[in-house]
Design a binder for this molecule. Structure first.
Ligand SMILES: [Zn+2]
Length: 83
């Protein structure tokens, strides 16, 4: 069970909004890879900036992309060139 006070403080929304976003808004799926995720699982992460739920693997990638900032497009070209 997710602590409601912790949710409000951490995400700026009520437990009801948080659960609605997860169950209805995202149909219990990672916003990026669309794999099934579950609330309370340590591999399910809520990203405050995107206001979305992701699996841990996708959020790790997204955060890595954010750190690249202005180098993102250049990095994408490198990765595409590897195929
Ligand atoms: Zn994912």
């Amino acid at each position: 069970m997710v602590n409601k006070h912790r949710i409000k403080a951490k995400y700026g929304m009520t437990e009801g909004q948080y659960r609605r976003l997860f169950y209805t808004g995202q149909d219990r799926r990672c916003a990026l890879c669309t794999n099934q995720i579950s609330l309370g699982d340590s591999n399910t992460c809520f990203d405050k900036q995107a206001q979305k739920f992701f699996c841990r693997k996708c959020l790790f990638g997204i955060n890595a992309l954010r750190r690249l900032g202005g180098l993102l497009d250049k990095a994408v070209e490198f990765v595409k060139g590897e195929n």
